[in-house]
Design a protein around this ligand. Sequence first.
Ligand code: C2E
Ligand code: MG
Ligand code: MG
Length: 848
Amino acid sequence: MPLGTTSGPLFLGSHHAIERIVHKQILACPGDTPIIEAARRMVDTRCSSIIVVEDGNPVGIWTERDALATDFSDPSCFGGAIADVMSSPVKTIEGSASIGEAGMRFQVEGVRHFVVVDASGRPIGVISQSDVILNHGVEHFLVLRNVGSSMSRPLVTVAGDCPLGEAVAQLRAAHADAAVVIGPGDHEPGIITERDVVRLIAQGTASATPVWDVASRPLISVEEGDSLLNARQILDSRQIRHIGVKGEDGRLKGLLSFADILAALQYEYVQRLDEALRERDEALLQSRRDLYLARKVIEATVDAIMIVNPRKQIEFVNPAFTAITGYTADEAIGQSPGLLHSGRHGAEFYAAMWESLDRVGTWQGEVWDRRKNGDVFPVWLTINTISDDDGNVTQFAGVFADITERKKTEEKIKNLAYFDVLTGLPNRRLFTDRLLVAMANAHRHGARLAIMFLDLDLFKRINDSLGHGIGDMVLIESARRLSASVREGDTTARLGGDEFVVLLPEVARIEDVVHLAERIIGKVRQPFVVDDHELYVTTSIGIAVYPEDGTTVEDLIRNADTAMYRAKEVGRNAFQLYAAAMNAGSFERLAMESSLRHALEREELHLAYQVKVDLASGRMSGVEALVRWLHPEMGPISPIEFIPLAENMGLISEIGAWVMETACRQCKSWHELGLPKVRVAVNVSALQFHESDVPAVVRRALAVSGLEPCYLELELTESVLMKRVEEVAGILDDIRALGVRISIDDFGTGYSSLSYLKRIPIDALKIDRSFVRDITGNGEGDEIVSTIINLAHNLKLKAIAEGVETQAQADFLRSKGCDEIQGYLVSRPVSPEDLVSLFDRDLLPADP
Ligand code: C2E
Ligand code: MG
Ligand code: MG
């Protein structure tokens, strides 16, 4: 076995099994092998030992060192059995042992070779101490030490003429493995080593042979200042195991053997072993200290720590956990972490949390938890999974901090600014400021203001199902629609989430607020198109009015909020006034509104006719068409209620056109029946007059009915005349040009000035029934009525009195020269069929 060469495996590290560096080639022989034969085989195979095997098992070993014991003076001993001179028992080591373990055993047992055996004890190779040491990665050390400092033994020299047997005896006596051989004259010295001895045995060399003749020559040398690495390289390259060492003066000082290098390395190696052991002990101590420290930290930290096992049971909690949640370790351990659930997060929230833990091993976020005492509070939670070396999850470590205070601070900072970042609307702070100012103002002027509290219905569903991005877009668009719906002086603000408030600083009539609420509901109800999604959002609105519903900011907002919840309760997409009494009215209106839209097509509208009587003849001079709405559930609804509604809803023109046409057809059909020809009067409201093209409507009604224009009369209220007089006059001219008459209805209640009356083309004034009611026979009321009659006549207009209920009123009117009367005294409005019987009759009670 070549020993002391660098051809062995590279340094592997002490945890590797020695199988990897073992010399698999085994030189073995039976115990009865002659010594000379064993020596020959060692020389031939360049092995430094031979194993003696009996029945396949190693029983001993014979090494170069053992060869030194040979007595060269007795040549017969070369023929002796190897079993008699071998070292026994043989030391073995299992191939699976680590290099580190082998190093320890060489150290402890003081041998230089182990026979390596397999698990069943069969020899598979030999390992030497040098193999082990050289595989401990200590070669670098050779650079640092010089040859001089590593020579350990005294120099053994023998004279060249010394017989071989004597020289071997000297080596043995000096416990040396080599000696310098001094040559004759000034020859360079030679060397004889234990390996040479094996060779000489193998050759059967005679004991008396002068050692000079068998010595290796010349002795190769290095200087004592050279590095051990340098020396070793020479030993390796020359395949030798000893080298001479010269002092600075060039004289030979001693021998350096491979064993010396090993010894130097071994020293280092043992140091290393010690160090490794010490490090291991220290690491152990350190980890014990770390554990202690960790426990102290876990106990002292202000963050709650909770360890949960894969079956989702709490395994450990720290004191901060108890402080924060109120649950002691005993109460918490063994429970599910659901113990802390507040109910504010849905199952999906926790599912996503576990999914993240599963996928990336960690989760972090804000969670609402519930304390033992029931308080719900926010925490910032971090969960990490803990896995064993094989990657199996063994625990989940949750660390959380109570962030109630932090959230409060955040809130404050947010409120420092006046505007909502997302929508750009004023925020709660600015809204509150403006509300305070508006309340002070309203208080000074004894006026009212209103606030609306809006909440988008089921907004959370959009947020949860389509994500916050879409949710944000919906909020932005809702904010835009709200702002567009209100007047300039109003304030729309976002309180947070999907909650908005509107401040109406000047409220003349509650109906205006109700209208705005209806308009907003309608605007929000329009579909939202966001990222290809068509979304339907509705809103519920609560209204609170100052001062009735509260005189502080808090009261007003709270009451508007309460009203909003009622709106949600009544089915969302609705509004509610905080003062419940007001809702009844507005509610009825709402119901009425939605059915009015369909009243025409469902034929719920029809006309009643009330006669007008000519005071001079006592005969019917005309009829007034009065629209009636018979609501299927609410019964008959007065035009005083639904006409303004129709105006607000933009339905008045449609209804007006229908009345016009129906009245003309009816009148025409009476004419066709051969009844006395009378005029039909149709009411046209101010809004209807300004919104629609009345002359066109009239022309059409006349055309489709075939009624002669002179039998149609329009009744307009004074309010028609209050706007754009020139324009109105033009329109009235057009109508009159058709041959249609025009009278001013409810005359006296408006603000028409005499100058107007002169300029506009009309035929009659209808004295409002409130004046007729005030006729007493000798009072102020009488004066007004006679003044109006005179005025009409002065303007060359007819005077008609409406709402005549008593004979006295009729008598008075006749005495003042009034032209016509209309009222319950003569007839209530009746159906067209009933009217027929009133033609051709003396309708006035007998003249007294
Ligand atoms: P108006 O044009 O002044 O019509 C007269 C109203 O006085 C009618 O009420 C009629 O029933 C009522 N009346 C008649 N005689 C008496 C009486 O002796 N005593 C009292 N207290 N009331 C009497 P109605 O039918 O409820 O109509 C109310 C108002 O609704 C009308 O006042 C008119 O301004 C409006 N209106 C009715 N039909 C139409 C229509 O087709 N189009 C428009 N634009 N307005 C209409
Ligand atoms: Mg009328
Ligand atoms: Mg009237």
